[in-house]
Design a binder for this molecule. Structure first.
Ligand code: ADP
Length: 262
């Protein structure tokens, strides 16, 4: 519990700080981009090849910096979620092509969906972002190629598991992404959800992926867990609350057991 509090306070503080900084940076970048455009038009056609190259490089850097500040702004804004009954298997199927194109042909991508999966109560577009992010992390951990398995399952979290996993007991769906990559030593796992923690080279990682996924999972009433073994691979599991309500009749329902009493 203390750990959860520490993590959410840290995210709150970092969120406020980054929000302010990213906003100011964005304004400065707009100035830089505007000035570069003016330089380009003023110098016109008569410029040397070298000058054109330097201007293009500066414009490219300004564009990348702007993309980064947008990510920071998105991180600092507390996401407003629009949760609804979601068929997670269908959502994964709908993303497989995009994921395969993103991770490249060297990765063998599989989806093992549970047949009788409950509908989840979750914001589908945020779930798509999270899944893509997890698959990109998996790919980054497999520079020589390998396998990504996306697996869904119905989970009954009882009191004992709830305590161990730091989440309320109840019915959840798990969406796990497993890779055959480098794995993470325990000291990296311990810091992986920290905002801005990255082991990737400058310009390649922001260290925001897992912390955003953590925020999304907690805000959705779920959880996220990492299990990893160095040299063998990593599994990151998102636990999403089961949708219970009117729409439940539309979805597959095999959960005949009553919800445990609080
Ligand atoms: P980023 O990907 O920008 O570094 P993340 O928050 O997504 O930021 O990840 C933080 C760190 O956790 C990564 O830099 C990496 O060291 C580690 N990590 C995340 N996912 C994996 C994975 N599937 N396998 C190995 N290491 C991982």
């Amino acid at each position: 519990m203390e750990e959860v509090l520490r993590q959410s306070q840290k995210m709150e503080a970092v969120g406020q700080l980054t929000g302010g900084l990213a906003h100011d940076f964005n304004n400065l970048l707009a100035g830089i981009s505007g000035a570069l455009e003016l330089i380009e038009t003023r110098i016109g056609q008569g410029r040397s090849k070298d000058v054109a190259k330097y201007i293009a490089a500066a414009q490219g850097a300004a564009r990348r910096a702007a993309a980064l500040t947008h990510r920071l702004l998105a991180f600092s804004r507390r996401q407003t979620l629009a949760p609804k009954a979601t068929d997670v298997n269908r959502l994964v199927d709908g993303m497989l092509d995009l994921i395969q194109r993103t991770v490249g042909p060297g990765i063998d991508l599989r989806h093992r969906g549970a047949d009788d999966l409950w509908p989840a109560l979750v914001d589908p577009s945020q779930l798509e972002n999270s899944l893509l992010n997890l698959c990109i992390n998996a790919r980054d951990a497999m520079p020589e190629g390998g396998r990504i398995v996306i697996e869904t399952e119905n989970r009954w979290i009882d009191r004992r598991q709830a305590e161990a996993q730091d989440m309320p007991e109840g019915q959840y769906l798990s969406l796990c992404v497993t890779d055959t990559g480098t794995g993470m030593p325990p000291e990296i796992v311990a810091r992986a959800f920290d905002p801005f923690f990255t082991t990737k080279p400058m310009g390649e990682g922001t260290g925001l992926g897992l912390s955003m996924i953590y925020g999304f999972a907690k805000q959705s009433g779920g959880q996220v867990r990492i299990t990893s073994e160095v040299g063998a691979g990593t599994t990151v599991c998102l636990y999403l609350p089961r949708h219970r309500g009117e729409a439940e009749a539309d979805g597959p329902d095999t959960g005949k057991r009553p919800l445990p009493q609080a």
